[in-house]
Unconditional design. Structure first.
Length: 261
């Protein structure tokens, strides 16, 4: 595994009965990069995320993170290793406050045990105060500090997306997977999101892999892109090469679009 690669997939495949959802997906993700995984609906993108993050055990292949094989490792251990993600369908604790949602992410790195919290021991109380302070700082980063006391399910859609990212950041990842972060956003919100993703990459020293259907986002911030269609990789390269690739145009627009590409 090259020194400048943070995560590598080798021939990842996922079969559900007789259906092959992903076939031999191989990718080397450069450290500190922002890269994309795109393709039409049903191409296998989220299945790749699920294999990387331990939600699915691959039928074949490997996932290497910092050179260590994490293939099939349970999600909580994958997260503990430094990989965090958001979901295509937002998964927040809707009846908990915005602040509490982020604090839940912080608990991954908590050092005191549950019994110390039950006994209200000084070490646990100090850590809880530190967790609350860190969570408020993260809310400030995503622009939600003024909504800390609101229930998560009361937030507008775009704010819920940012809250989910804040909770992921609370786990202190080095590698962040974003599943359709621009979904449901208007053009102004999308521009803000692009600036935000670049900012958190630098601020938190992250490598970011994103799934996204908004090509303005993908072409605007991704430095390298992999394209899936029916579970197979049909193209990989920088944005300039991807947007003019006949196989990609065919997958998105149909074969009749190729002569005009």
């Amino acid at each position: 595994m090259p020194a400048d690669t943070i995560l590598e997939t080798k021939n990842l495949s996922m079969r559900f009965g007789g259906l092959t959802a992903v076939k031999a997906f191989s990718a080397a993700i450069p450290r500190a990069g922002i890269v994309g995984l795109i393709g039409p609906n049903g191409a296998g993108k989220t299945t790749c995320f699920n294999m990387i993050t331990g939600f699915y055990r691959p039928s074949e292949g490997q996932v290497l993170f910092h050179g260590r094989d994490i293939t099939g490792t349970p999600p909580h251990r994958v997260c503990n290793s430094g990989i965090a993600r958001t979901f295509q369908n937002i998964r927040l604790f809707g009846n908990e406050t915005v602040l509490q949602n982020v604090m839940i992410g912080c608990h991954l790195r908590q050092k005191t045990g549950w019994w110390q919290a039950v006994l209200s021991m000084p070490s646990s109380l100090r850590e809880q105060r530190a967790v609350a302070a860190t969570s408020r700082e993260l809310l400030a980063v995503v622009g939600l500090e003024d909504l800390a006391g609101e229930n998560a399910n009361s937030l507008p859609y775009g704010a819920q997306r940012r809250l989910e990212i804040a909770r992921a950041l609370a786990t202190q990842p080095s590698f962040l997977l974003l599943d359709e972060p621009a979904a449901g956003m208007n053009p102004n919100e999308t521009q803000d999101l692009m600036r935000f993703i670049r900012d958190i990459r630098t601020r938190f020293n992250l490598t970011i892999l994103l799934i996204e259907h908004d090509m303005k986002v993908v072409m605007g911030i991704c430095e390298h892109i992999w394209v899936l269609d029916y579970g197979e990789t049909i193209a990989a390269g920088p944005p300039e090469a991807i947007k003019s690739d006949p196989k990609v145009i065919k997958a998105y627009l149909g074969e009749e679009a190729i002569p005009n590409a």
